[in-house]
Design a protein around this ligand. Structure first.
Ligand code: SF4
Length: 370
């Protein structure tokens, strides 16, 4: 019995030892698992952190590309410099006639017969231009609609730029470079700042260059009233859907404008496109210099012919009669739908104000574009 009991006791002890060993093994395994899990978690966290850091680095690079800020300059400092640049573009556009336009005006003055009303009118125009430049005051009391054309690189922040432009326009108005010219169409209210729905006009164009170019046109209201659009064929004018038909409607538009719109004028014309885009492209022609000739042979010939024919009409400056009815004519062509053939004619007065600046990386003016 005693021997049996001893054997039983040994077995119990063995079992206990085995259980303990198993328990130890399980614990070890559990611990090992925990450790592995922790290691994995650490690795995942490290990877996540690495990813975040990489993302931040990429974001930083993208931001740097977008802003094109000069090294050592904060974005706020860049904005300040850019504001001054836009203000100067507005001032110069309003007060200084581009050299190429002034040259054509002086040439026209020289061609008018001496001691005629036409010569007198052209002389006043030439003198106005000089006084405005010397005194840095608007060339004409109507400082017109501000039409900005902005050529920018990929990733450019248009919203931020628009805010700076509006701020500069308000400042230019306060400083007297612009007349308080923008009114609420329905109520007639003028807030005196030249900003509001659709004012100023801003056309953004993305280009493949790093730099920023800002161009501005001031489009007088009286001349805008004389702009006109034709849909060909036009039966009363016997104008068909060809360049002869185009010529007929352009000259008809010019005759209709006589005495109004502050001639001698400059025509910006778009053949084709739809009604809205047609006028848009017609106005874009005012960004071309006076000596610029269309690269399309037929259009270059038509531009020359229109100016020569117009100046034989005898309408003259301000409609007083004389040799100068038109200072220039710039024509472009766009595709159209088979159903339509529009000729959009934008009439610009003698006060053809345009200027542009290439903007440097720090926001300052690099060079004048006209
Ligand atoms: S149409 Fe031209 S010239 Fe005439 S008032 Fe207006 S801006 Fe001046």
């Amino acid at each position: 019995m005693a021997i049996k009991k001893k054997k039983m006791a040994k077995k119990v002890v063995k079992k206990k030892v085995t259980k303990k060993k198993v328990a130890k093994k399980v614990t070890k395994k559990k611990v090992a698992k925990k450790v592995t899990k922790k290691k994995v978690a650490k690795k995942v966290t490290k990877k996540k952190v690495a990813k975040k850091v990489t993302k931040k680095k990429v974001a930083k690079k993208v931001t740097k590309k977008k802003v094109v800020v000069k090294k050592g300059q904060t974005p706020a400092e860049y904005d300040k410099v850019l504001f001054k640049t836009i203000l100067e573009v507005v001032r110069k556009t309003s007060t200084e006639m581009p050299d190429d336009v002034q040259k054509v005006i002086l040439k026209a003055l020289a061609t008018e017969a001496k001691a005629t009303t036409a010569e007198y009118a052209m002389d006043i125009i030439a003198k106005n231009i000089e006084i405005a430049r010397t005194k840095s005051q608007p060339i004409c009391q109507d400082t017109g609609t501000l039409i900005f054309n902005i050529y920018h690189p990929v990733g450019f922040n248009q919203g931020k730029f628009s805010k700076i432009v509006k701020k500069a326009v308000v400042k230019a108005t306060e400083m007297g470079y612009l007349r308080q010219n923008s009114v609420d169409t329905l109520t007639g209210e003028n807030k005196g700042m030249n900003i509001g729905l659709g004012h100023p006009v801003m056309n953004f164009h993305e280009h493949n260059k790093k730099g920023l170019d800002v161009k501005l046109i001031l489009k007088g209201g009286g001349s805008e009233n004389m702009s006109i659009q034709y849909s060909l064929p036009n039966v009363p004018l016997n104008a068909g859907r060809d360049l002869d038909g185009v010529r007929k409607v352009i000259l008809d538009g010019l005759v209709k404008a006589q005495g109004k719109g502050c001639g001698p004028g400059i025509l910006g014309i778009c053949i084709g496109s739809d009604r809205g885009e047609g006028y848009h492209h017609a106005k874009e022609q005012f960004l071309r210099t006076m000596d610029d000739i269309s690269p399309v042979k037929e259009l270059a010939a038509l531009e020359k012919d229109i100016v020569e024919s117009a100046n034989k009409l005898g309408i003259g400056p301000m409609g007083f009669g004389g040799k100068t009815t038109l200072l220039g004519c710039k024509i472009c062509v766009m595709n159209r739908l088979p159903a339509s053939y529009f000729v959009s004619i934008s009439y610009m007065c003698w006060a053809s104000r345009r200027q542009g600046a290439a903007v440097k990386a720090d926001g300052s003016i690099g060079k004048w574009l006209y």
